[in-house]
Design a protein around this ligand. Structure first.
Ligand code: GDP
Ligand code: MG
Length: 441
């Protein structure tokens, strides 16, 4: 996904404004990118419409360039779809709060039960884990291991009692929770490899008999497009209030998060990021958006775009820099204005070898000074600007008078110019400026 988006934003860079055709071209690219990331088609359509709508309303006079504007719109839109602020667990008014986990086998329910228990315990709760997966032989034992690691007791059917009834176990666990004063009950349930009516009915029965405050749908983020169908089936079957994405430590593409959220309307509440109990956090929509967009790369791109902004001017300047000799007062003024206009990009220039000192010199000049410097230079004859060596005492007095400044200011400008020129020559003589066209290395 990020590679595709990268090329989208590369195409956008350094255009003056976002036209309708820019928006459409970009929308097409983003559409393909999202589909490739396994986002469901209806979700992609809605997403694209919203991005287009927002892009049209964007005030192009703002400080951001078109590429930055699009990044921001796409990012904002992603965060919004992913749920804005994280929703917290709803606790029951009278204990115990019942949290039921549902999802396919291998989704990570049992692991999540342990993680939730540990997390709730740390938040000051007294959870009880409940083993209602009586389908697989080892399921109860697996939950007991989790409970041990989390330091949380596990409620399970007596061993040797034959195959227990998960609904009865769930009901008894709530009585036990009240007796032993557990304020939260976490019910681990059975899953199947595929959607299955018997399994779904069991989940529905557990739900009806325990009236959970939260039913959480646990889904493996690695499964991509299939996650949508599974989510829909669980939504139609047992129903759920929130989503937990697991295995986000893998290279899941993030498309599932977007689709599930959009199609079920249920918030993604937690993220599982590994097999250890600590590999767990509340879900952060902004981080997920960043993951889907790979903002790191794109921000780098924005910087590159900024650097290439005004490429002509930069190239022209680079030519002067390379020769050193031809560097005139006109260039000096132009350069100062350019660096000032570029703002933060000027700082980037400042990071190039040699340019740091130039930047320092220019930083000593504030806006008002720059006006005065401009006035001084404009009061010079073209000959003086091209050959500042000729600016002697009487010329300085004339220039000061013409520009409404003092002889001292004129002298200090001329001195600064000679320093800059000397630096230019030194640079031209050896290093050149990497990345600047027209300079030697
Ligand atoms: P269940 O069948 O839904 O109860 O799933 P389990 O909790 O038994 O997990 C299935 C497998 O996935 C186990 O091997 C877990 O260790 C592993 N697992 C669960 N959550 C994560 C996760 O967030 N990241 C990784 N890498 N593995 C996980
Ligand atoms: Mg399990």
């Amino acid at each position: 996904l990020s590679d595709r988006l990268t090329s989208v934003f590369t195409n956008l860079r350094s255009k003056g404004r976002l036209s309708e055709s820019d928006i459409n071209a970009t929308a097409r690219e983003i559409r393909v990118a999202l589909l490739e990331a396994d986002v469901a088609l209806p979700v992609v359509k809605g997403f694209i419409e919203n991005v287009k709508e927002r892009a049209r309303g964007v005030d192009v006079s703002k400080a951001l360039n078109p590429a930055q504007q699009v990044v921001k719109i796409v990012n904002d839109e992603l965060i919004e779809i992913l749920g804005g602020e994280t929703r917290r667990v709803r606790f029951a008014k009278t204990a115990p709060t019942v949290i039921m986990l549902a999802g396919l086998q291998g989704a990570g329910k049992t692991t999540l039960a342990g993680k939730l228990a540990r997390w709730l315990k740390e938040e000051g709760h007294t959870p009880l884990l409940v083993a209602c997966d009586l389908q697989r032989p080892n399921a109860v034992q697996q939950l007991q291991v989790m409970g041990e690691r989390a330091g949380v007791p596990v409620f399970a059917p007596e061993p040797g009692n034959g195959v227990g009834d998960p609904v009865r176990v769930a009901q008894s666990s709530i009585i036990e929770a009240k007796r032993a004063q557990h304020d939260v009950v976490i019910i681990d349930t059975a899953g199947r490899l595929g959607i299955d009516t018997e399994m779904m009915q069991q989940a529905i029965d557990i739900r009806q008999s325990t009236q959970p405050d939260e039913v959480l749908f646990v889904v493996d983020a690695m499964v991509g497009q299939d996650a949508v169908n599974t989510a829909q089936a669980f939504m139609d079957g047992v129903g759920f209030d929130g989503v937990v994405l697991t295995k986000l430590d893998g290279d899941a593409r993030g498309g599932a998060a977007l689709s599930i959220r959009q199609i079920t309307g249920r918030p993604i509440m937690f993220a599982s990021t590994g097999e250890k109990l600590e590999d767990f956090d509340v879900f952060h929509p902004d981080r997920m958006a960043g993951r889907i967009l790979d903002m790191g790369d794109i921000l780098t791109l924005i910087e590159q775009a900024q650097r290439q902004f005004d490429e002509e001017e930069a190239a022209k300047m680079a030519g002067k820099l390379a020769s050193g000799e031809d560097f005139t007062l006109d260039d000096f003024l132009q350069q100062m204005m350019m660096i000032q206009k570029m703002g933060p990009i000027g700082n980037l220039l400042g990071m190039l070898p040699g340019m740091g000192q130039m930047r320092q010199q220019i930083d000593q000049i504030d806006d008002r000074d720059l006006d005065r410097v401009a006035a001084i230079i404009r009061s010079m004859t073209p000959g003086e600007r091209a050959e500042p060596k000729m600016i002697n005492g009487s010329r300085r007095a004339r220039i000061a008078k013409g520009s409404g400044t003092t002889v001292g200011e004129v002298s200090s400008l001329v001195t600064r110019f000679f320093q800059a020129q000397k630096m230019m020559k030194a640079m031209a003589g050896g290093m050149g400026i990497p990345g600047m066209p027209g300079t030697r290395r």
